[in-house]
Design a protein around this ligand. Structure first.
Ligand code: UGB
Length: 524
């Protein structure tokens, strides 16, 4: 086989012309052939790369679709709609922990005055998720959409800030509970430390940066003995891991304020209670146990001194949260860079009127018309502090914060809500079973017991389908809904998104009967 050089420049002169033209012809064909081959290869490679990339993005979106419930055109539309402002100079607020106790109330308050609100919640099972879902159903009826996701999901947060230019973030998602920290310490690190940092990273990178208002805790005062607790007091003696993570949160938010110019407001909540509250808290679990005739454990401090808390009613807390959003100065950074000093604030939101735990029990007993079976024990070393008492001068001065609900009034509202939500009704009680429900035909998907309008001495048991049809209305702020409200936004529970997918609380028929009998005995 002649080499390429030989072919181009053959050593035999006699053949040169003929061979050369032939060779050039062949070369031309070869060149052309190799160029088209290369071209075809290039085309093939481009096509391969393109299909690989589109396959990747399909896989990405597919895996996201299957592993979490966010993303997609419909989802983005829901987020945008929920974020729409309906008043002049309204805010657009991302509320984390929106299916939580405080989060639900704050979201409703903001939405009702015309702000855009998007919720975020991971619906974890720290306490009965059906209560969280019921809160979500309530928010849905007010056109607040809750994104299901975790504050640790940086991609989700980036997406949310991409879809909506939030002016404010109300960060209420957290692992709550003082004593549970001994059982599950990592959950506190996950939510209160890692989750907070992930959220702040998203806020700092957002353009524009939102102002951040977040929930710290009265527990940061730890074992301090000076009362009332003031914001300038030391907070270096936490008594629980919960307290330590909240204290860490105050330090972490400070660095984001300092380095990136994020506007930060930390709110030290003092034992918040009220309708739609947290079942893990004492006032809630005491109510449940008292109604069920079960004993309650009442902790007692050193030297038999009663423990005391500055119990603060939810509506007062909501006013403090909203005032904090309204007075928060702007964040100054952009593109992740600080452009000037931004506000860093911390406020106590308490009631300034501590009440002992036995007094709390007494108020519940009166409202429930039942004596509690008290089991008084010395406070175990479980993270509890003996008392809390807020100095609220700073919040009063700078936020116009002025709590107006004392514990007896607030607990009365809570008890009304509790009875309504869990199916008790004031007055003479009879059980009215509607539609296909009767004692022989058990509902397949559970039933929901609601209170009847005041003056009507019956209880209705509704199926999920009936709820989906909108048979239950939520109470309004004045308790004027179809079913009596426990104040605030308490009331019946609406269906979710009109599709009737999730409702709460679901009670087994037997439970309904048993609990109803309890109420009848009480004569409530
Ligand atoms: O302000 C806060 O920063 C915190 O408030 C709340 O913590 P606490 O003030 O501890 O409320 P809570 O559990 O209702 O106990 C109340 C009292 O009942 C006593 N208590 C409790 C349970 C029990 O079985 N017996 C009992 O005597 C108990 O010893 C205590 O004296 C939030 O849960 C917490 O998430 C955080 O937000």
């Amino acid at each position: 086989m002649p080499s390429l050089e030989e072919e181009l420049f053959p050593s035999t002169p006699g053949k040169f012309k003929i061979d050369r033209s032939h060779a050039m012809n062949r070369t031309f064909h070869r060149c052309f052939a190799s160029t088209s081959t290369m071209f075809l290869w290039a085309l093939f490679l481009i096509a391969l790369t393109a299909s690989y990339l589109s396959f990747q993005s399909f896989v990405d979106s597919g895996s996201r679709y299957f592993t979490s419930s966010w993303g997609g055109i419909h989802w983005e539309k829901q987020v945008r709609t929920s974020a729409q402002i309906h008043r002049q100079n309204g805010k657009v607020v991302l509320v984390t922990g929106a299916a939580g106790f405080v989060g639900t109330h704050v979201s409703l308050a903001l939405k009702k005055r015309g702000d855009g609100v998007v919720g975020l919640d991971n619906f974890n099972s720290y306490y009965d998720p059906s209560l969280k879902k019921a809160r979500r159903a309530l928010l849905n009826t007010h056109n607040v959409f809750i994104v299901e996701g975790d504050v640790n999901d940086a991609k989700l947060l980036a997406k949310l800030f991409d879809v909506v230019a939030f002016t404010h973030v109300m960060h209420l998602a957290a692992q709550a509970g003082v004593r549970y920290a001994m059982e599950n310490p990592q959950s506190y690190v996950h939510s209160n430390i890692a989750g907070l940092v992930t959220l702040l990273e998203a806020c700092k990178s957002a353009n524009p940066q939102p102002a951040v208002v977040w929930a710290s805790s009265s527990s940061v005062y730890g074992l301090n003995e000076k009362v009332p607790f003031s914001e300038s007091d030391r907070t270096d003696k936490p008594a629980s891991l919960y307290a330590a993570t909240k204290k860490a949160g105050e330090a972490i938010t400070h660095t984001y304020n300092h380095i990136y110019g994020l506007s930060i407001t930390g709110l030290r909540f003092f034992t918040v209670y009220g309708p739609w509250g947290r079942p893990d808290m004492a006032y809630f679990s005491f109510t449940k146990n008292i109604l069920q005739g079960k004993p309650i454990t009442v902790y007692r401090g050193k030297n038999r001194v009663d423990l005391a808390r500055d119990f603060t009613y939810i509506d007062d807390i909501v006013k403090g949260c909203v005032a904090s959003l309204d007075t928060a100065g702007k964040s100054t950074g952009s593109g992740g860079k600080k452009r000037g000093a931004a506000p860093y604030r911390i406020y106590n939101l308490g009631n300034t009127s501590p009440v002992t735990v036995p007094t709390l029990v007494g108020i519940l007993e009166r409202n429930l018309k039942t004596k509690a079976k008290k089991n008084v024990v010395d406070m175990p070393g479980n993270g509890d502090v003996p008392f809390t008492h807020a100095n609220i001068s700073l919040a009063r001065r700078e936020l116009g914060y002025k709590p107006t609900t004392d514990l007896p009034t607030g607990l009365k509202k809570f008890v009304r809500w509790y009875l309504s939500y869990y199916g008790y009704v004031p007055g003479k009680v009879s059980l009215k079973v509607r539609n296909s429900l009767n004692q022989d035909s058990r509902p397949q998907s559970g039933v929901v017991l609601t209170t009847a309008p005041e003056g009507n001495d019956s209880i209705s048991v509704l199926t999920s389908n009936e709820m989906a049809k909108g048979d239950i209305e939520t109470g309004d702020g004045d308790g004027n809904g179809k079913y009596p409200s426990g104040g605030g936004d308490g009331g019946g529970v609406g269906g979710e998104d009109g599709e009737g997918k999730e409702f709460g609380p679901m009670m087994k028929f037997e439970e309904v009967i048993r609990e109803t009998e309890t109420v009848m005995t009480l004569g409530l």
